[in-house]
Write a protein of this length. Structure first.
Length: 75
């Protein structure tokens, strides 16, 4: 009789453990959502940095050309 109740208790504990493993706690879900949000923000920042670098190259080229033309003007 004791072995039967021990078996039932073990099965019940295993069932409860597997049920809690299926659905993560609310805190874990919130943490996962925050991690995904941060990853999306980092991707947006990297994309914006690429755009900034491209515009910086354009401005630098415009300044270089302006210096060349101003030096040719003979001032």
């Amino acid at each position: 009789m004791k072995s039967l109740s021990a078996l039932v208790a073990t099965c019940l504990a295993a069932l409860l453990a597997s049920a809690s493993a299926v659905e993560p706690p609310k805190e874990s879900q919130q943490l996962l959502a925050l991690v995904k949000e941060v990853q999306a923000q980092q991707a947006a920042i990297a994309d914006n940095q690429t755009k900034i670098d491209a515009k910086l190259v354009t401005v630098a080229e415009a300044i270089r050309l302006a210096r060349i033309y101003s030096s040719r003007s003979g001032k």
